[in-house]
Design a binder for this molecule. Structure first.
Ligand code: UDP
Ligand code: MG
Length: 316
């Protein structure tokens, strides 16, 4: 029988994880009994609460459960990669532990791959219910901007929740970049993707790990990882100001020769200097962003470090 790997990244999910397991098992028994085998891969991303203990407890009572525990918090992207690396199934699905990715959709996604010949099925939220309005606004703006700047298509509202065939998983894990932006990576590898839409569901327990600042940094990550348009923007701005300066110089030379008034214009000069230095710092900042990403990539540090897994238990 074919096997489905369910990869769940968990950071401080002691409240949500047992509920997730219960619901997922319910769906498995209802929809997949006799259809496919399952394995659960819980990735503990350096949680500070009892998440790991819960994983071990679930492992003890259910051999379908496997877990990977990191040496510290490496972020959701790293956790998802670790899960994909470890997954052995013919199909792999990525889910959050907070039940915002409804397990009940899984059968529908599975059927799409089985019957309609798609390689992967993604999910997107059509509503952002339960999210602060300002956050939705910035999210929408982000997708508008990045889709203008990048050749890779980013789908607004797309979640990480998806089901993919083994060959898609292989393609994703062959991308070993350090600055990972999964939404871009999934779109980069291509394959035939179908999108299933659903209404936003609120977190079942615990609280979100994404502050506005973290999301902002993640957005910058997405832009620098999949577009070099900001660098072109710097060049265009530079060129524009060169042209302006050129005509200004001619104007001033002519004016001085004709009217002979060398010392006027101090305030405007100061304004120009401040404005142009601002632009310079801004564009140096953009270049710095790309440079720092390059710096982190060339160091080739591991994307995550594993402290223990269920395999260690046998050796004790
Ligand atoms: N998560 C993680 N590492 C982190 C932050 C989050 O593995 O550093 C996991 C978290 O446990 C959850 C999923 O990523 O399963 C989504 O996180 P969250 O629900 O906080 O994000 P939101 O749904 O609010 O965007
Ligand atoms: Mg969530």
């Amino acid at each position: 029988m074919e096997k489905i790997s369910v990869v769940v990244s968990c950071y401080n999910e002691e409240k949500a994880l047992p509920l997730f397991y219960e619901e997922m098992e319910r769906v498995r028994k209802q929809d997949f009994e006799g259809v496919a085998d399952f394995e659960y891969i819980f990735v503990n991303d350096g949680s500070r609460d009892k998440t790991l203990e819960i994983m071990k407890k679930l492992r003890a009572q259910d051999s379908k459960v496997r877990y990977i525990s990191f040496s510290r918090n490496f972020g959701k992207e790293a956790a998802m990669l670790a899960g994909l690396d470890a997954a052995e199934g013919d199909y792999v699905t990525l889910m959050d532990a907070d039940l915002q990715d409804p397990p009940a959709l899984l059968k529908q996604m599975y059927d799409v791959i089985k019957n309609e010949g798609y390689d992967q099925v993604g999910t997107r939220r059509v509503t952002r219910k339960g999210e602060p309005a300002i956050r939705s606004f910035f999210a929408r703006m982000f997708y508008k901007i990045i889709n203008k700047m990048s050749d890779i298509e980013m789908v607004d509202g797309a979640r990480d929740y998806r089901l993919m065939k083994r060959k898609v998983v292989q393609a994703i894990i062959s991308l070993r970049e350090y600055n990972r932006y999964s939404k871009g990576l999934f779109s980069f590898v291509g394959f035939d993707t179908k999108w299933i839409e659903y209404e936003n569901v609120e977190r079942v327990a615990g609280e979100t790990k994404w502050s506005f600042w973290k999301l902002f940094k993640y957005a910058i990550e997405g832009i620098t990882a999949f577009s070099t348009t900001p660098l072109i923007l710097s060049s265009v701005l530079g060129l524009f100001f060169c042209v302006v300066a050129f005509f200004a110089i001619i104007l001033i030379i002519v004016r001085t020769l004709v009217f002979g008034d060398p010392t006027s214009g101090w305030p405007s000069l100061v304004c120009i200097i401040v404005f142009v230095s601002g632009i310079q710092l801004f564009t140096i900042g953009i270049i710095g962003q790309y440079l720092s990403k390059t710096y982190l990539e060339v160091k080739k540090r591991p994307i995550y470090i594993v402290k223990e897994t269920e395999k260690d238990e046998n050796n004790k």
